[in-house]
Ligand binder design. Structure first.
Ligand code: HEC
Ligand code: HEC
Ligand code: HEC
Length: 141
């Protein structure tokens, strides 16, 4: 009898654990980034990415200072994923990197009305025109 219980446990426990990991504990499922580290500590990024992004924007737009560190293009370059056919997917599409947390936390951002949501040529997003966004409607917001 003991052996049977043990064997049943061996069979079902991993399945239970897996079920709990995927659906049992509510939380956003965040897509994996490329590379092995972010532009700053992951914990820091989780908390302060919005501040750094707007700071970087102000520096660029108002003072003309252009650095790579908190560039939105760089976020997209590393955090955007590709579909099964290898085509880039919008970083703000449902379930994708930016949207995964924001939908969960009910945060809305308008950044991608102007900023490209996909890396170009698999490298960097360069398009920065509202026209681009209009020609290519995204499920952002
Ligand atoms: C109305 C269009 C528009 C919207 C909306 C917008 N931006 Fe921008 N953003 C620009 C333009 C234009 C520049 C200047 C681009 C350049 O000179 O490189 C810029 C520059 C930036 C830069 C510096 C360049 C870079 O990629 O590092 C950052 C960072 C940035 N924006 C972040 C944001 C964030 C975050 C949001 C949303 C909260 C946002 N922007 C919303 C148009 C927009
Ligand atoms: C060089 C690649 C790279 C760039 C550029 C980059 N990241 Fe990251 N980012 C990572 C990696 C790797 C992690 C660790 C988590 C993972 O493996 O997905 C991460 C983690 C994060 C997290 C925490 C995610 C979580 O799982 O809680 C946030 C938020 C984040 N990045 C935002 C940004 C923003 C905003 C930008 C642009 C300013 C950016 N990242 C630029 C690679 C990058
Ligand atoms: C780990 C979860 C997570 C990820 C991934 C994430 N965000 Fe956020 N973001 C948040 C949370 C939570 C807030 C709200 C924080 C607050 O209100 O203090 C937020 C707020 C923001 C804001 C400010 C919005 C406002 O109106 O105040 C911007 C801009 C922003 N995120 C940009 C991005 C971009 C761009 C990406 C993708 C490159 C991204 N975030 C990915 C969790 C995340």
């Amino acid at each position: 009898m003991r052996v049977l219980v043990f064997m049943l446990a061996m069979i079902f426990l991993p399945a239970l654990a897996a079920a709990q990991e995927s659906g049992g504990v509510p939380g956003p499922v965040i897509t994996k980034a490329q590379g092995d580290q972010c532009v700053a500590d992951t914990d820091y990024m989780r908390r302060y990415h919005m501040k750094e992004l707007t700071h970087q924007r102000d520096e660029t737009v108002q003072s003309g200072v252009r650095t790579k560190k908190f560039s939105l293009k760089e976020c997209v370059a590393c955090h955007a994923t590709t579909d099964d056919g290898g085509k880039p997917v919008s970083i703000n599409a449902p379930g994708e990197f930016c949207a995964s947390c924001h939908d969960y936390a009910a945060v809305k951002i308008d950044c991608f009305q102007c900023h490209a949501t996909k890396p170009e040529d698999g490298r960097q997003a360069t398009a920065l025109f509202p026209m681009t966004a209009a020609a290519e409607p995204e499920a952002n917001q």
